[in-house]
Design a protein around this ligand. Sequence first.
Ligand SMILES: Nc1ncnc2c1ncn2[C@@H]1O[C@H](COP(=O)(O)OP(=O)(O)O)[C@@H](O)[C@H]1O
Ligand SMILES: [Mg+2]
Length: 295
Amino acid sequence: MSEFDVSQLVEDVDLVRARVAEQLAEVDRVVVVMSGKGGVGKSAVAVNLALGLAQLGRRVGLLDADLNGPSVSKMLGLRGQPVRVTGDGLLRAATGPRGILVQSMDFFLQGNQALDWDGPEGEAASVRSALEQAALGDLLGRTDWGELDFLVVDLAPGADRLPALGQWLPRIAAALAVTIPTQVATLAVERSLRRAREAGFPLIGLVENLGTSICAKCGAEGPLFRETLDSEIVQDLGVEVLARIPFDADLAAAADRGRPFLEGEAMESVAGIALAQLVARVDAYQMPGPEGESW
Ligand SMILES: Nc1ncnc2c1ncn2[C@@H]1O[C@H](COP(=O)(O)OP(=O)(O)O)[C@@H](O)[C@H]1O
Ligand SMILES: [Mg+2]
């Protein structure tokens, strides 16, 4: 196995980039939701951002790029959808609430099976990242995205994920990072932001999730962690806080039920208002054009 040339598994970057560019030709903007860490609410933010943009009347796609921990299909009530192919041999995205087009590895897995990269002898362990990269390239570049105002990408945790994805993306993309206000999470998000900057990837800003908690009984807002993402830390990170989303049990319940959170009374809640603010900021964000900053 040590003799095996991993690069054989990965298609030429230019080839994948050209295929992705073709499929994204009528996509206006790509917004990548990232974080250094898992479990901080990336998927919840990505899903609510996509739903919120759709609520504004934007045409939205959502790519679940977390191949090993896909949650988008569950959060949008789309689990168990069959994989469909277009006449041109492209993958057809599933249609979620508010017409969102969704693509996820989850559609290719039966039941709640995990992706098994290892094989019976564990022999594929060393090529796992190459296989993952290839699979992600296919989900992105072989899906019929059609005409979209936004393609939101829910990235897997890890600082290297954005540069890996970024090498294929046309210059219509920018990222936002999700964190919770603990030092452990902030360190991880700092690493991700640094890697994103090194790759020259435009950063829209930071989303603080779970800084506070909304009491399910009385609706009062109180702190959740001892730490807060104070202005000094934020200044060191060099990005703006786009929104601060509290813990809201209704938000978690909506995700579990596969239903949109942002509707009815929830629109007036602290979490609803924070999410609407995030949606408005992302909607108003001006992507650096081909002449501007690029990676
Ligand atoms: N602000 C929030 N309020 C309530 N539940 C949340 C909030 N953010 C995330 N969750 C829930 O916490 C769990 C983990 O969030 P998730 O988005 O899956 O994290 P990640 O994608 O970063 O691993 C999910 O069940 C999600 O619905
Ligand atoms: Mg996730």
